[in-house]
Design a binder for this molecule. Sequence first.
Ligand code: URA
Ligand code: SF4
Length: 202
Amino acid sequence: NIGAQRFLPTEVSLPALREAARRCEGCDLYRDATQTVFGEGVPDARFMLVGEQPGDQEDQEGAPFVGPAGRVLDRALEEAGIDREAVYVTNAVKHFKFTPGGKRRIHQKPTVGEINACRPWLEAEMLLVDPEVTVVLGATAARALLGPDFRVTRRRGEPVPRREGAYYVATIHPSAILRAPDRDEAYAGFLADLTVAARTAA
Ligand code: URA
Ligand code: SF4
């Protein structure tokens, strides 16, 4: 993993980053994936949502959170009163990691090395969008943004200062709701955390 840093463009803008990220070879994940899935949304969004990595459908469509997890996220954002037009959505890792099992591709968790390799893209997006509230979706995003000691299960739904007037709010990953034994309960907890995020923005 040589890291994404050397693939960053000299021009610092979201369009320039997105274009440069298409050619990133900062870790091995670019080899088997279809394409880089860069962040999308409003450039001056008040909310930034950070997931783990693109899933199967995101890999094919080239956009974040357009599959099953995205539908859960869309519903919860609406219920929490966060306009999807007011958000920028991205992932800690920009390429889909999977094992090619038959015709379905099975999602695999990115390693710490891959998370670190990809972090320059996420850091650049954070600098440019500079949201009031960054919603950290699950352990991988938490690792990338809050470090190895942060525990989502202990600190979810709690505003954590990022800079003066800006916060992180961590919660579970929407995919975890789809796998939960009690989906309704998992969803209710997720919605409660997003409601905290909505109220945290001034
Ligand atoms: N899960 C994620 O973490 N990100 C996506 O874009 C889709 C599913
Ligand atoms: Fe580059 Fe990130 Fe893709 Fe690795 S996962 S090749 S660091 S964009």
